[in-house]
Design a protein around this ligand. Structure first.
Ligand code: MN
Ligand code: MN
Length: 281
């Protein structure tokens, strides 16, 4: 465990935490290169307070203004059904405390069980999804739980009151049809302009696939897709959101491709800025 810029507190001393890290070392639903299971450890390792401080750019000090704990990793040693069940259970336990989960993936398939748990607490939940890919395949090679499919499942099950997807640049005709059918709002990269401000009516969950970022900024992903967001552009969108943010996942970090560690550092930066907005909307 590391210390998230010095912000981390001990669970034993702070059972009534407000923000909780939950790692999900899982990459069994990756369709191409695996390695995302090592993501949580890499984000923890990079986040050391020897290198970073607990201040966000918007003036929240996560050590002083938040109670952030690390609940460790979900046990993913069993089969997929068991792992997804433990993800639901872990997230539900955080929500039952009235706290906000920050989930570290893992491939993107894990967002489906996370949002199943959220549905138990938030019958109306808006979802903001950053990704190069819409992740709206009905199935990929016959697998409906692939990391290419979580948002098809989320829409099908009615787990999102609204879904906004930002950073897309790989959409297929099938994705377009499904998105249109469910009223999904798309901000494709070809149309992205600085100054994008998003507002939401309901509590907001953010799912951040690191391949939304341009591979120049975040090469440590399995599907490097050029033409993406700069880290700054993503941060600006996150910092300007008008909503009560109640949950976050950061997924698809593949440390084996993250030679300099810059992608893990970007993940940590995003974590800090969103955590700051959770504390001070
Ligand atoms: Mn994804
Ligand atoms: Mn992606």
């Amino acid at each position: 465990m590391s210390d998230f810029g010095g912000a981390l507190k001990l669970l034993s001393e702070h059972p009534d935490y407000g923000l909780a890290i939950l790692g999900v070392p899982f990459d069994e639903k990756a369709s191409y290169l695996r390695g995302q299971a090592a993501g949580p450890a890499a984000i923890r390792a990079v986040s050391t307070g020897k290198c970073y401080n607990p201040e966000t750019e918007l003036g929240v000090n996560l050590e002083r203004d938040a109670v952030l704990v690390d609940l460790g990793d979900v046990d993913t040693s069993g089969d997929v059904d068991k792992s997804f069940g433990l993800i639901r259970k872990g997230v539900a336990a955080i929500l039952a405390k009235g706290a906000k989960p920050i989930v570290l993936g893992g491939d993107h398939s894990i967002t489906y069980p996370v949002l199943q748990a959220f549905a138990g607490r938030y019958p109306k939940l808006d979802v903001l999804h950053f990704d190069a890919h819409p992740d709206l395949y009905e199935d990929l090679y016959g697998d409906r739980l692939s990391h290419a499919c979580p948002f098809a499942r989320v829409l099908e099950d009615g787990l999102a009151a609204s879904l906004v997807q930002v950073g897309l640049r790989t959409a297929t005709e099938e994705h377009r049809a499904l998105a249109a059918r469910h009223g999904v709002r798309w901000v494709e990269m070809k149309d992205f302009r600085d100054g994008l401000e998003l507002a939401f009516d309901h509590p907001l969950y953010i799912s951040f696939d690191l391949d939304a970022l341009d591979p120049a900024f975040a090469p440590g992903v399995s599907h490097q897709e050029p033409g993406g967001l700069s880290t700054r552009q993503a941060l600006r969108v996150l910092q300007s959101i008008r909503a009560e943010i109640v949950g976050l996942d950061i997924v698809e970090l593949n440390p084996s491709r993250d030679v300099s560690g810059i992608t893990a550092a970007a993940a940590f930066k995003i974590l800090q800025e969103v955590a700051g907005r959770m504390v001070r909307p």
